[in-house]
Ligand binder design. Structure first.
Ligand code: UDP
Length: 466
């Protein structure tokens, strides 16, 4: 037993089982949650697939149970959203039987092992595995790694389809969704009919995973989404624990799948406060080769020092396993030699928290959005797919800490937007002020009596009743 550990009968620790969806943006918050509960005295077991497997050596105190499923990426489409949703359904199918086997084996080690297990916390995308656990008598909680607003929209999806918002026609995209302000139709994950079937299926799985669980854990907080959280509490019928921002509240070690290049942190130290443009589009978003060229020249022509994460596989049609980063346009290196750094993967939380960083050009994945909010860094949003459009909408219209860069990237467009954000006048000054205010409100949620800290206590109590 650890000091302060939560004990079951016989003085043994309670154990929480975790199963993250094997994507970077889902693995990080799950490991942060595991770190938080481990620090509160729970033993941790992580189930994981073979592909995108965690590095066990970084988490010596945890037990790991591999579910030996190799990658099952669907073939034949270059659309990252379609590939991702089909992959999620394939992961569920591929893991089902092996997970049942592994979990049953763990539970039958002896009766005391079963008594020790408080619950399984799985990603909301893993409905099949949550069902397996419940079938074996293990209570389940769901970690939803996106925003409350996004989950609320998912819960309303059948109504939105009935009302004709989905699938959307090209001509309707700018129309507001009156039932769910500030969303427009174009902020939904699927705007056209091509993938309506598969997306509806994934959304309905997520909502069912939540409503059939013993509790929902959200990586968000009152300061960002009080109205949305109140509506989820009212409508979902399960206890809701908003305990974000997890990357700040958890002592977890890094769960980065890619090696984070730390070689330029000294370079960052040498830059003036709030002068650096940080550019990263997360682990899955992609762009065309032509957009890469415009991104490069936009960064170069902004005139600001920059740190750009150019992930292998960022350009559509290139492989993420390629050792080489996507090629930069001729002349880019000469134009920016003294002003910028291009890396393939960065320690992003640290970078955003660095005083030299003045702006974040991001795809608006939920983790990146939260990390930026916590650091008080204004956002230039260029969402790509899934929940990113909705997150960008909140950044621009609710928190008003950033601007969206829409439409085709034509020469000149990026540097105009960067100048608006980083320049001394408006709108940049207002965005910076509100970003600092939001950062302070979020810090209050994390304080001892703040909403997130109080909810962590409630979550711990809840787990002990299961
Ligand atoms: N990240 C990182 N290094 C990078 C870029 C991103 O460690 O160079 C991390 C980032 O801190 C975040 C996660 O990868 O926690 C990306 O999650 P997000 O939800 O923003 O986007 P996704 O990759 O799921 O689209």
């Amino acid at each position: 037993d650890s000091i302060g550990g939560h004990t079951a009968t016989g003085g043994r620790r309670r154990r929480v089982l975790f199963f993250p969806l094997p994507y970077q943006g889902h693995i990080n918050p799950m490991f942060q949650l595991a770190g938080l509960l481990h620090a509160r005295g729970f033993a941790v077991t992580v189930f994981h697939t073979h592909f995108n497997a965690p590095d066990k050596s970084r988490h010596p105190a945890y037990d790991f149970v591999p579910v030996p499923v190799s990658d099952c990426l669907p073939e034949g489409s270059s659309d990252v959203f379609q590939v991702t949703v089909e992959h999620i359904l394939a992961v569920n199918r591929a893991c089902e039987a092996l997970f049942r086997e592994r979990l049953a084996a763990l539970l039958s080690e002896d009766q005391a092992a079963r008594d020790d297990v408080a619950c399984l916390v799985a990603d909301a995308h893993l409905l099949t595995l949550l069902d397996v656990a419940r079938g074996l008598g293990v209570p389940t909680l769901v970690l939803r790694t996106g925003s409350s607003a996004c989950l609320r929209m998912f819960a309303a999806f059948p109504m939105l389809c009935d009302k004709g918002y989905q699938p959307a026609q090209e001509s309707q995209l700018e129309a507001p969704v009156r039932e769910l302000p500030p969303y427009r139709i174009r902020d939904f994950p699927s705007t056209t009919s091509a993938y309506h079937g598969v997306i509806s299926e994934v959304i309905s799985h997520i909502v069912t995973a939540v409503t059939t669980s013993s509790g929902l854990i959200l990586n968000t907080m009152d300061a960002l989404e009080s109205g949305e959280l109140a509506s989820l509490r009212r409508d979902l019928g399960v206890p809701v624990f908003d305990i974000g921002p997890l990357h700040k509240l958890s002592p977890a070690a890094s769960s980065s799948l890619l090696l984070q290049d730390r070689g330029y942190l000294e370079w960052l130290d040498a830059q003036a406060p709030a002068s650096v443009l940080y550019v990263s589009f997360g682990s899955l978003a992609s762009m065309s080769a032509a957009e890469l060229v415009e991104t490069a020249w936009g960064i170069a022509n902004s005139g600001h020092p920059f740190l750009w994460v150019l992930r292998p596989g960022l350009v559509r049609g290139t492989s993420p396993s390629e050792a080489e980063a996507p090629p930069l346009p001729d002349g880019f290196d000469d134009a920016t030699r003294w002003r910028g750094v291009v890396v393939s993967w960065a320690p992003q939380e640290e970078v955003l928290a660095h005083p030299a960083v003045g702006m974040f050009w991001t795809h608006c994945g939920w983790n990146s959005t939260l990390e930026s909010v916590c650091a008080g860094v204004p956002i230039m949003a260029r969402p790509c797919f899934g929940d990113q459009m909705g997150n960008a909408r909140y950044v621009e219209h609710v928190w008003r800490t950033g601007l969206t860069l829409d439409g085709e990237l034509v020469r000149g467009k990026v540097e105009v937007a960067v100048a608006a954000l980083m320049g001394p006048g408006e709108p940049g000054a207002g965005l910076r002020r509100r970003a600092q205010e939001l950062r302070s409100s979020v810090a209050e949620c994390m304080a001892k009596d703040g909403s997130s800290c109080t909810n962590v206590d409630k979550l711990v109590d809840h787990l002990l009743t299961l």
